[in-house]
Design a protein around this ligand. Structure first.
Ligand code: FDA
Length: 506
C-alpha cells in the first residue's frame, strides 16, 4: 500500500508539473482511496460484469481530463511511472477494456468532459471531441440544419472516441459507409505525448485509426467528420411477425432482398423468443423488421410493393418524421423530447455479452428454425439476434481503404446479444454459455477463413493471440496495422488484451 501511495503522489506531482501553468489536479485525478473514485469509474460503464469480477484490475488512478494538456500529461507521467493507459470515451466497450484490465497496472483517461461538437454547416463538416456521445453529435448537427445527419451507430450513449475508430455501423451505412469512412482529419496524442493531426501523423497512421481501433495507436482527442445529407422528412417503420405470421419465410426472403435494396432503405431484423399472445403457455419467435427510409411514405409504399410485397407493408405502418426523430425511434425513445439525446447516463444497470458474424450465403429455413430453437432456451432475459444489412456503399469501398475490411460479399452482419441484471457468477456463466452455444452452432453457416468479426463488437473469446484474432477483425489489413504500430508505438505503450502488437512481437 505504501508503494501505491508513493506512486500516486509521484504521479500527481508529475501531472501538476506537466500541466503548468494551470496546475490543477483536483477534480481531475481520482485515486481509489477517494470517495468519488467509484462514482467516476462507474459513470459510463455499460457492462457491469467486469466490475463484479474478482479477476479484473481497476485503474490505479483516473484522469478525468478537462483539456488536451491533461491527456498529454497522463501519457508522459504514465510512461515515467511504468504504468499503461486505458482510454474511455463512452464506456460501451463489449469487454470492458476501456476501464479494467486482466492484470496491467494502468491509468484510466476518461474523456467524458471533452465533448464539444463544432459544426460547419456550410462546409458540411464538424469537429467532434472524442468524449461526445452519438446522441450529442446527432442532436447538435440537427440543430444547425434539418437536412444534415451522420452515419454512425444506433445506441445514442455510445462514445465517439471508441466507436468511430472501430468502424461505426448504423441506419445510414448502406448509403454513406461507416462512421470511419467519413473521417477526414483527427487530432491525437501519440505514445510520446505529442499532439498530431492528419498532416503531421502521415497517411499510414491516419489510415490505421479509421477502423483499426485507436486504442492500439494513441488517444484521439477529436475527429473531423464529413456530414451526410438527409431529406427533411424520412419514414420509419416497425413490422413484427411471429412464427404463425410466417416469420421464418420472411426472414429467409429478407436475406435475398435486404442487402440489394435501394440505398435509401435500411431494414434490419431483431429476433427473439417471447410468450405467444395467442396461445397461453406457448412460446414463439418475434422477428421485428425495424426500418428507415430516406424519403416519404408514398415512395416507400412503392419501393416495398415492388421489392418486398410478402411483408404486407401498408401506409398505416409509416411514421413520417425528421431524421433526428428517427434517431429517437431507433434508440427506443420515440415520443420523448430530442433533448433526451443529451442524457449520457447508461440506460441499464446490467451486464451483457455480444458476438458477431458475417453472413455471405443466405441461411436456409431449416437453419433459421434451429436458431429459433436456441433462442427458445433463453429463460429469463431474451437472447437476441440482430441482422444488419450490408450492400449499398459498403459494397463499393475497397477492403483495404480502411482497416474495416467487411465489404463486398457480405449479405449482412449478425450479432448474438444477451443482457442480464443478476450479478452472481452462476447467472453470468449461464448467459455466456447460451450465447456461445448459438455462436458454435453458426460455425458452418457464416464467413470462414477467417471467420470474421466486427471490432466494435469486441469478443475476448477470439483469444489473446494477435495472429488469431487479428485477421478476424481486419482480414488482410492486419499486417499493415502491425507495421504502423511498429513505427508509432514500438514498445507497445498502448497495449491491451486485444491491441495490435508491433511486428517484432507477432
Ligand atoms: P469505450 O470508451 O468503452 O471505448 C471502446 C474502445 O475504444 C476501448 O478499447 C477504448 O480504450 C478505446 N477508446 C475509446 N476512446 C478512445 C480515444 N479517444 N482514443 C483512443 N482509444 C479510445 N456499434 C455499432 O457500430 N453500431 C451500433 O449500433 C452499436 N450499438 C451498440 C449498442 C450498445 C448498447 C453497446 C454497448 C455498443 C454498441 N455498439 C455499436 C458498439 C460500439 O460501437 C463499441 O462498443 C465502441 O467501441 C464504443 O465506443 P465508446 O467510446 O463508447 O467505448
Amino acid at each position: 500500500i505504501s508503494s501505491l501511495i508513493a506512486t500516486h503522489e509521484s504521479f500527481m506531482k508529475c501531472f501538476v508539473d506537466q500541466t503548468r501553468p494551470s496546475n490543477s489536479s483536483s477534480q481531475i485525478l481520482y485515486s481509489p482511496n477517494t470517495t468519488a473514485y467509484d462514482a467516476v469509474l462507474r459513470s459510463s460503464i455499460q457492462n457491469l460484469r467486469f466490475l463484479y469480477s474478482s479477476s479484473t484490475t481497476k485503474p490505479v488512478l483516473i484522469v478525468a481530463a478537462t483539456n488536451e494538456s491533461h491527456v498529454q500529461a497522463a501519457v508522459v507521467c504514465s510512461r515515467k511511472h511504468g504504468l499503461r493507459v486505458r482510454v474511455r470515451s463512452g464506456g460501451h466497450d463489449y469487454e470492458g477494456m476501456s476501464y479494467v484490465s486482466e492484470g496491467d497496472r494502468f491509468i484510466n483517461v476518461d474523456l467524458a468532459a471533452l465533448r464539444s461538437v463544432t459544426v460547419d454547416a456550410e462546409q458540411g463538416t464538424a469537429w467532434v471531441q472524442a468524449g461526445a456521445t452519438l446522441g450529442e453529435v446527432y442532436y447538435t448537427i440537427a440543430q444547425k440544419n434539418r437536412t444534415i445527419g451522420f452515419s454512425a451507430g444506433v445506441c445514442t450513449t455510445i462514445g465517439v472516441g471508441g466507436h468511430f475508430s472501430g468502424g461505426g455501423l448504423g441506419t445510414l451505412s448502406r448509403k454513406y459507409g461507416t462512421a470511419a469512412d467519413n473521417i477526414v482529419d483527427l487530432r491525437l496524442v501519440d505514445a510520446t505525448g505529442r499532439i498530431l493531426d492528419r498532416q503531421s501523423m502521415g497517411e499510414d497512421y491516419f489510415w490505421a485509426i479509421r477502423g483499426g481501433g485507436a486504442a492500439s495507436f494513441g488517444i484521439v482527442l477529436s475527429y473531423k467528420i464529413e456530414l451526410n445529407y438527409v431529406p427533411p422528412i424520412v419514414t420509419t417503420f416497425n413490422v413484427m411477425k411471429t412464427l404463425k405470421q410466417d416469420a421464418t419465410k420472411l426472414v429467409t426472403k429478407w436475406q435475398q432482398i435486404g442487402p440489394n435494396l435501394d440505398e435509401n432503405l435500411y431494414i434490419r431484423i431483431i429476433s427473439l423468443a417471447k410468450d405467444d399472445d395467442e396461445a397461453e403457455g406457448n412460446r414463439t419467435i418475434q422477428a421485428m423488421f425495424n426500418s428507415l427510409y430516406l424519403g416519404r411514405c408514398e415512395e416507400l409504399l412503392t419501393v416495398m410493393g415492388s421489392s418486398f410485397p410478402e411483408l404486407g407493408f401498408e401506409a398505416a405502418d409509416c411514421n413520417e418524421m425528421s431524421w433526428l426523430e428517427s434517431v429517437l425511434f431507433f434508440a427506443g425513445f420515440s415520443g420523448r423530447p430530442t433533448e433526451v439525446l443529451l442524457d449520457r447516463k447508461p440506460e441499464f444497470n446490467s451486464s451483457f455479452k455480444g458476438k458477431s458474424d458475417f453472413v455471405r450465403e443466405p441461411l436456409t429455413e431449416t437453419t433459421l428454425e434451429e436458431i429459433w430453437r436456441i433462442l427458445m432456451e433463453a429463460k429469463d432475459e431474451p437472447l437476441v439476434v440482430l441482422m444488419d444489412p450490408f450492400g449499398g456503399v459498403l459494397d463499393e469501398i475497397a477492403e483495404s481503404a480502411t482497416p474495416f475490411p467487411h465489404r463486398k460479399g457480405n449479405l449482412y452482419i449478425i450479432q448474438y446479444f444477451m443482457r442480464w441484471f443478476e450479478t452472481d457468477t452462476e447467472a453470468t456463466e449461464r448467459h455466456l454459455s447460451l450465447v456461445s452455444k448459438l455462436y458454435d452452432f453458426m460455425t458452418p453457416y457464416v464467413s470462414k477463413n477467417p471467420r470474421a468479426a466486427y471490432l466494435n463488437y469486441k469478443d475476448i473469446d477470439l483469444g489473446r493471440t494477435a495472429r488469431v484474432w487479428g485477421p478476424k477483425y481486419f482480414k488482410n489489413n492486419f499486417d499493415r496495422l502491425a507495421s504502423v504500430k511498429s513505427k508509432v508505438d514500438p514498445d507497445n505503450f498502448f497495449g491491451n488484451e486485444q491491441s495490435i502488437p508491433p511486428i517484432k512481437s507477432l
